[in-house]
Design a protein around this ligand. Sequence first.
Ligand code: AMP
Length: 397
Amino acid sequence: MMKKSIEDISIDGKIVLVRCDFNVPMDEQGNITDDRRIRSALPTIRYLQKHQAKIVLMSHLGRPKGNPDKKYSLEPVSKHLSLLLGSEVLFSEDDLVVSDKTKKNVKEMKKGEIVLLENMRFRKEETENDPDFSKELSSLGEIFVNDAFGSAHRAHASTAGIAEFLPSVSGYLIKKELDIIGSALENPERPFTAILGGAKVSDKIGVIRNLLNKVDTLIIGGGMAYTFLKAKGYEVGKSILEEDKIQLAKSLYDEAKAKNVKLLLPEDVVVAEEFKNETKFKCVQKDKIPSDLMGLDIGSQTIDMFREEILQSKTIIWNGPMGVFEMTNFAKGTEAIAKALAESTAVTIIGGGDSAAAVEQMGFADKMTHISTGGGASLEFLEGIELPGVAALDDKE
Ligand code: AMP
């Protein structure tokens, strides 16, 4: 069922509550170190400004555990947002998030003005999805716009619960995420390749299952590849291994075969003595992993093989690093995949989290079709799970 978006509802001059995902990384001094999530909210905010709405922004930041904690105040975000927009964003400092003071601030707003509320997670009712808190929030405005893709997989008071009390639509960011990832999944230009990496198979079982029904090729790298290699009978030494998932890896491998999906595993890997950057390492074939070493990256032959597959694909989704990319000696595989994607002319979609960070760090962000703002949310979407923050929105007739 299609959901209503901000364009399907009259917002002119109305008080519009917008749930954003301003959960941005900050350094010790409270400086924002990556503002992509804030920039991603600008199209919705600008549209609302153009329509002379009174804009009340909501977000969470970090995990203050249901209590006010200055360290997690959204005030720095209001300042940064003001700069980006070139118009003032009033920050409603309020330990209770919606006290009389905030109600007054909102009541006094003029058309086109913007107020940012304090961190939703200063109230424990937020993550409890408490209907009383949702109602309290909803009393501030007339329309709810959800634009927090990064939080759409959580049923919280300000992401899902609030939709019970107000006409509710998606903003441009959620719409874009759903449109791009959704159309890749439902109607991809083929060949369609998914690249999965990261530490564990157990985190991605649902994603693999769902993608096996969609893709032509599934590439598996990162730590999770070792459980698959073990399932194929190779010894993996001290590499990360999920013993209890070996059987499952075997059955996923068989399922891929039955569905005619090409499943690619590393042919060679970089093995190291210790789990740290300054250690001895070398590249070995997959059937020659020494018992006392651990695989921390894909090898050069594997890079070439994955790269070739990428360059032949027309649609590519990538989630999870190919190795321990936080350590420079074991980042080569992840960097090579990012580079291959940047060079490809395919539709390239980067699921948030580590792969998004790698692409950004390498300066390839503008070479990708889409970098998702939600790691967890994009994974659940790839799993085929309906996101609560989307499900709660009004259906399009
Ligand atoms: P995830 O959060 O599941 O996407 O996993 C990301 C983490 O997987 C990163 O912190 C990587 O360092 C880690 N990782 C990737 N490859 C390996 C590997 N071969 N061994 C151990 N950890 C890995």
